[in-house]
Design a protein around this ligand. Structure first.
Ligand code: NAD
Length: 310
């Protein structure tokens, strides 16, 4: 397994960098905002939770920051394209560049969607709006976030080597395996991995931007509240929000990382994509894997998918 180790030295590269991030008011996002700020980054973070977001901004501004970082909170709902745009615009107006973008906002599974006790020919007639909202937050907003990040990064001056720009998308263990009971959440988080995979050969070439995903397993935040008791009783591995934040920062600081999906468990990070790629001839079959590689070469950067028939 390819372990990804957090490097304090590499993380210093984030000093003075401009970071845009969603879901920064609580949990993993808040830990990431605080660590980036301590390293001297300028962090523009958005969240719909004004109470926690404004408090985090106040707390960080009240701290002495010898590295020169700054923290800027903005209320937003990631479902609203224009409010995500306003967050990017605020950072770009202030610094004329965006170096790192981290999409972290998400909500948990709405209850009852497939529940047999609630599902019959009468109840199925009502359109389930909660699931539409969850998919908009957990998947569609991530697509919009990525587009906004690429547009702003394209208009930013080239960063001084060895730093390279990057986008980090927060997926989940539920984005790379089955997750019982997480139907819409799992579908969305698999979608985030699909987006990362589609971008990884493409965004570095077309935009000079690396793209990685972080896939936490159980992490001690409000999102875990429903299962935390049983998890702890069985002494299962549990990440702190700071553990996951370190993996997010590593993906932003390490110019060699592109296309990883970092499974974070018990504070350690492992790139699962390395194993998936290495084992392809086993799970796809050697002949199919060779043909697949040829097919990928033929498709190149994939520009033909949206053109007229050739
Ligand atoms: N905690 C875990 O065990 C775990 C495991 C796997 C993946 N994750 C992922 O990690 C990320 C962070 O989750 P967390 O555990 O810190 O949970 P959290 O609930 O503490 O943080 C999520 C943040 O997103 C914000 N948010 C939600 N919907 C929003 C919206 N529409 N607009 C703006 N902000 C919104 C929330 O207010 C909150 O601050 C999420 O993407 C989550 O899916 C968490």
């Amino acid at each position: 397994m390819a372990e990804i180790l957090y490097s304090e030295t590499l993380a210093q590269r984030l000093r003075g960098k401009v970071v845009v991030m969603t879901g920064g008011a609580q949990g993993i996002g808040a830990a990431t905002v605080a660590q980036l700020h301590a390293l001297g980054a300028h962090v523009f973070f958005g969240d719909w939770d004004v109470t926690h977001g404004a408090k985090l901004e106040d707390d960080l501004r009240a701290k002495a920051n010898p590295q020169g970082g700054s923290a800027h909170f903005r209320q937003l709902d990631v479902r609203d394209y224009s409010s995500q745009l306003a967050l990017f615009d605020a950072a770009y107006r202030a610094h004329g560049q965006i170096d790192v973008a981290i999409s972290c906002a998400a909500v948990k599974e709405p209850s009852g969607y497939f529940e047999p006790a609630d599902l019959d020919l009468e109840s199925v007639r009502k359109e389930p709006s909660a699931i539409n909202d969850a998919m908009a937050i957990n998947l569609t907003s991530v697509l919009h976030f990525t587009r906004l990040a690429l547009a702003h990064m394209k208009s930013s001056p080239a960063p001084a080597p060895p730093f390279t720009r990057s986008i980090t998308l927060i997926s989940s263990i539920a984005g790379i395996t089955e997750a019982p009971g997480l139907f819409a959440y799992g579908a969305a988080k698999h979608g985030v991995i699909g987006l990362m995979r589609a971008l990884r050969p493409w965004a570095p070439v077309r935009y000079g931007v690396r793209v990685n995903a972080i896939c936490p397993w159980a992490t001690d935040t409000q999102l875990l509240s429903g299962v935390k008791g049983r998890w702890a009783a069985e002494k299962m591995p549990l990440n702190t929000p700071d553990d996951v934040a370190r993996q997010i920062m590593q993906s932003a600081a390490d110019a060699t990382l592109n296309g990883t999906a970092v499974f974070v468990t018990g504070g350690q990070g492992f790139d699962t994509e390395e194993g998936v790629d290495r084992c392809r001839p086993k799970w796809m079959g050697e002949e199919n894997a060779a043909e697949f590689d040829k097919g990928q070469k033929i498709l190149g950067l994939g520009g033909d998918w949206t053109s007229e028939e050739k």
